[in-house]
Design a protein. Structure first.
Length: 115
């Protein structure tokens, strides 16, 4: 048995049955990334909690973290600015809403400009 095999046991505290088998499920199911044509992304600006600095947020991406990170890196590179990917959102430094919407629509995403 693996060292941390007890962490995968689901719903059983103790069993007296000698033939009992633990139900070990993998709950980390990977979500499938939708095609760019089916993605509905919203590009908006945010200042709250950032000491008055403006950042552009890309919200609404449905898919796995690797694809979101790759899209974030591509947008940061094309815009020539910094940023990050957190909590399913792409954060780009500065007010670049128009440029990001243009880049996303060119790649086939359904992107609209928020506030």
């Amino acid at each position: 048995m693996a060292k941390n095999d007890w962490k995968k046991r689901d719903g059983v505290v103790f069993s007296t049955n000698p033939d009992f088998k633990y139900d070990s499920r993998d709950y980390e199911e990977e979500t499938q990334t939708l095609a760019p044509e089916k993605q509905k992304l919203t590009v908006c600006i945010d200042r709250s909690g950032r000491a008055g600095k403006q950042v552009t947020l890309v919200k609404g991406f449905i898919g796995n973290d690797e694809d979101l990170t790759a899209l974030g890196k591509k947008l940061k590179t094309k815009c020539g600015v910094g940023g990050s990917v957190k909590d399913g959102e792409i954060i780009i430094q500065g007010d670049l809403r128009d440029k990001i919407v243009e880049l996303l629509t060119r790649d086939g995403y359904k992107a609209k400009r928020g506030n």
